[in-house]
Design a protein around this ligand. Structure first.
Ligand code: HEM
Ligand SMILES: *[C@@H]1O[C@H](CO)[C@@H](O)[C@H](O)[C@H]1NC(C)=O
Ligand SMILES: *[C@@H]1O[C@H](CO)[C@@H](O)[C@H](O)[C@H]1NC(C)=O
Length: 417
């Protein structure tokens, strides 16, 4: 492995651009915002085609589908390659086109996957696949990239909304009908799955994982950033935008479509990999894309509702044995527990820890980590810098490794059936 001290210190000076400036931005989230028209609804521009070349085609035996319902649906509708192997470019172009996600956020999500779960350029949205990384295997890649499904604790994490926990169910990419039913029931009376509602569901899912998964882990990227964003996506991205609800509304039927559930409540039936875009469905307006700043605001709002969302730690090999790490201890005092519910601090804390852990994580994937580190530290560093994140300079990664679920090897990929 090459030394990356220069790169890391370049990154440090980047994030140092806001010395001592502890962000105290108020969460932008306003629970009544869904009633306000922030932007004009433009049906023609926001309509998402699900006909012709974009009609649903079920995945075949060699097509990859994984933990992300949004990406699975895009591949099923020909907005991503149907085989489920996508490049950074595919994602950065198509995710904004289909969902109205900001290119900035799509860029972070896409690059993180390509580096941690792929060959720096492309990756499988499902399990490991020999079509990814062939030319780099043995040269720079130390092993077959994991795909999103195999990225447990790096990208994919425990306590997801509808996908089950790896060490509770033996896989981490299939929906659990019981979890879907619980989410469906929670929003049934209002028939709307908005951010306050998915936040409540996230709280209950965390408790459920601690109580049922002996190897539960809540880590910085998978647990704080990806998990927080994914819960928010249920409203922000899945929601159907309209004149009446320009910010979008996800009702029970839309939820079922995106999560490949059919049948009636009480006897839902799940078809793995058959996630769909609803017909006659409208994405975010281009003037109101779901950007990194918007996702950070949602995660910050969630944090004000439940401090556990940024409480890193895990179970110790038995259920209900959660040990939380002290943020001050983890970050040499730069962050402390009291700060994490304020402004962007929870996201900052998670991103900073992720950046610090990158050299170690990447050393397990690449013989020379230089390109990988610069790519992923670049997008995370830019986000951290624009949020004005208090910066940490070293982290004791052993603290996360003490959790048995963190270092267990992954054996959870068994195909779609
Ligand atoms: C580049 C783009 C994207 C990448 C790389 C990505 C990746 C992922 C990953 C790795 C997970 C698993 C996280 C976990 O274990 O909690 C996930 C979950 C999820 N993603 Fe995506 N995603 C992307 C875009 C989208 C889009 C456009 C949507 C739109 C609806 C979406 C909706 C979700 C939801 C709702 C979950 C949670 C699934 C559950 O209920 O368990 N994602 N995504
Ligand atoms: C989205 O909203 C429009 C306008 O209300 C409606 O015509 C359409 O059926 C809705 N789409 C879905 C999938 O609910
Ligand atoms: C964290 O706590 C452990 C055990 O109390 C201690 O050994 C270690 O030095 C602390 N680390 C930091 C960064 O404060």
């Amino acid at each position: 492995m090459k030394s990356n001290i220069a790169l890391v210190s370049a990154l440090a000076s980047l994030t140092n651009a806001f010395p001592g400036n502890l962000p105290q931005l108020e969460a932008r989230y306003d629970p009544t915002a869904s009633l306000k028209k922030r932007v004009v609804f433009d049906a023609a521009a926001q309509y998402v085609d699900t006909t012709g070349t974009h009609a649903f085609v079920a995945p075949g035996a060699t097509d990859q589908r994984g933990p992300c319902p949004g990406l699975n649906a895009m591949a099923n509708h020909g907005y991503l390659p149907h085989n489920g192997i996508a490049t950074i470019d595919d994602l950065v172009t198509q995710v904004p086109k289909v969902f109205g996600m900001g290119a900035d956020l799509a860029g972070i999500l896409a690059v993180y996957g390509a580096v941690l779960d792929g060959d720096l350029t492309s990756y499988s949205i499902g399990g490991p696949d020999s079509r990814v990384g062939l030319s780099l295997l043995g040269l720079n890649l130390l092993s077959q990239p994991t795909g999103l499904t195999g990225s447990h604790n790096n990208y994919e994490g425990d306590a997801s909304a509808v996908r089950g926990d790896l060490y509770q169910y033996g896989n981490n990419y299939l929906s659990q009908v019981s979890q879907f039913q619980a989410l469906y029931d929670l929003g049934k009376s209002q028939d709307s799955y908005d951010v306050p509602l998915v936040t409540k569901f996230r709280s209950s899912r965390l408790k459920q994982s601690v109580a049922n998964n002996p190897y539960y882990v809540h880590g910085p990227f998978a647990g704080v950033v990806a998990q927080g964003a994914a819960y928010a996506f249920i409203h922000r991205l899945m929601g159907n935008k309209s004149e009446t609800y320009p910010e979008g509304r996800t009702n029970g039927e839309i939820l079922k479509t995106f999560y490949a559930m059919s049948g009636d409540s009480g006897s839902f039936s799940y078809t793995p990999g058959h996630e769909r875009l609803p017909d006659n469905w409208y994405k975010c307006n281009a003037l109101d894309q779901y950007t990194t700043a918007a996702a950070v605001a949602d995660i910050a709002y969630m944090q004000t509702q439940d401090l556990n969302f940024a409480s890193l730690g895990g179970n110790m090999g038995t259920t209900n044995s959660f040990v939380g790490l002290d943020p001050a201890n983890l970050t040499g005092g730069v962050y402390n527990a009291g700060m994490l519910a304020q402004g962007n601090n929870a996201v900052c804390f998670a991103i900073q820890l992720t950046i610090q852990a990158l050299p170690g994580t990447l050393a397990g994937l690449f013989s020379d980590i230089t390109a990988a580190l610069s790519k992923v530290a670049g997008v995370l560093g830019t986000a951290s810098s624009s949020l004005g994140c208090p910066q940490i300079t070293n982290v004791d990664k052993k603290q996360l490794e003490q959790f048995p679920g963190y270092s267990k090897s992954y054996d959870g990929y068994h195909g779609l059936v």
